[in-house]
Design a protein around this ligand. Structure first.
Ligand code: AQP
Length: 343
């Protein structure tokens, strides 16, 4: 029996990268899971606080993200869909795990190192400046481990960018199991589910990934974008001036990104798609990408538009999800407290 956990931050409307890289895999997992598998999908509001959030838009994003998860096909009867911040077990377990996490391990996280790299000391480029970064940014991989372990999860469907965080989670589970021994280890060591990991790049700067928090609205396609918006964003996507179309992520990141998107939308191999467009131009490719994206998201978009106004229903789904999540994590936390002597 598998226990699957994954989360997404309510930092804005999900984009094509979130969908192709993570959310569509959740739906697929739900479709293919064995009846005894338990599936937990969480909107991780506490993670969002690691960067400044405007309270009104955070509240809106939380609600709309729940509507989006339902709109893409997650079924609250089959999967436990809930707000992380409705279940205090996550923060309690995160604190406990913080107390067995070596600081050196957190310093080695590439996500932390890249945060540091962007905050180099203004006076001395070789000096990193931690003073401007908050402690939440430093320890959020521990909160992530708590999210996973609170349900004693066995499988975590996340992108390659999360591999190091999952290794930390396994380390912490193992440390806890060995330090607070009993007849059987409490935490399974969760494995990463190898989903078809696709990294979708920014349409405006193909050297970085498509991201919710980029200030350039033209850089991402939202799951709520209209056909016209999709067309105009894809038409304006940065490509190159090389004749013809070929898949070469290093030399032609923008063009290759469009091919990746098209292949993902039509569920084809990117090499096959590239071959089909070999002698064609960027205009032709862009028109087909826009059409394929529109075809893929028009159903979820219509469903989202309907659901977003059904406040009472959304609140009920969130409440039921939180109850089911807490029922499961309460069982874990009872044992955790006992093993620690906090009972
Ligand atoms: N560009 C991407 N391509 C493929 N997968 C992506 N993911 C995010 N961006 C891409 C995957 O989406 C899941 C949820 O991500 P998240 O919202 O929890 O955090 P994130 O990875 O930081 O995503 P964003 O969109 O860049 O948000 P902000 O700007 O708020 O940080 C994860 O499984 C992630 O791998």
């Amino acid at each position: 029996r598998r226990v699957v956990f994954s989360g997404i931050q309510p930092t804005g409307v999900p984009h094509l990268g979130n969908y192709l890289g993570a959310l569509s895999n959740w739906v697929k997992l739900q479709r293919t899971a064995a009846p005894e598998d338990e599936l937990f999908f969480s909107i991780v509001g506490w993670h969002a606080l690691t960067l400044p959030q405007e309270p009104t838009s955070l509240a809106k994003s939380r609600r709309e993200l729940l509507a989006t998860l339902l709109a893409i096909g997650l079924d609250p009867k089959r999967s436990v869909i809930f707000h992380q911040d409705h279940n205090q077990s996550h923060t309690e377990l995160a604190w406990i795990l913080n107390c067995i996490t070596p600081i050196g391990k957190l310093r080695r996280m590439t996500t932390w190192k890249s945060r540091l790299a962007t905050s180099r000391n203004a006076n001395d480029e070789s000096e990193v400046d931690e003073s401007m970064l908050n402690a939440g940014l430093f320890t959020y991989p521990v909160l992530q481990a708590a999210d996973i372990l609170a349900y004693r999860s066995t499988h975590v469907p996340v992108g390659e960018d999360q591999t190091q965080h999952l290794e930390l989670c396994r380390d912490l589970a193992d440390t806890f199991n060995r330090t607070f021994k009993s007849s059987s280890p409490l935490f399974p060591l969760p494995s990463q589910i190898n989903t078809t990991s696709r990294r979708i790049l920014s349409l405006k700067d193909p050297s970085s990934k498509m991201s919710k928090s980029s200030p350039d609205l033209q850089s991402r396609i939202l799951l709520t974008d209209t056909g016209a918006q999709i067309q105009s964003k894809i038409r304006a996507a940065v490509t190159d001036s090389i004749a013809g179309i070929s898949y070469d992520p290093i030399a032609r990141p923008g063009t290759s990104n469009l091919l990746t998107i098209l292949a993902a939308c039509t569920d084809e191999d990117v090499a096959d798609v590239a071959k089909r467009y070999e002698g064609k131009g960027h205009g032709h490719l862009k028109a087909d990408v826009a059409a394929a994206v529109e075809e893929m998201i028009k159903g979820p978009r219509a469903e989202f538009e309907k659901l977003r106004h059904e406040t009472a229903y959304l609140d009920q789904v969130a409440k039921d999800g939180a109850e089911r999540a807490m029922e499961r994590s309460d069982r874990t936390m009872k044992v955790v407290r006992e093993r620690l002597g906090l009972h």
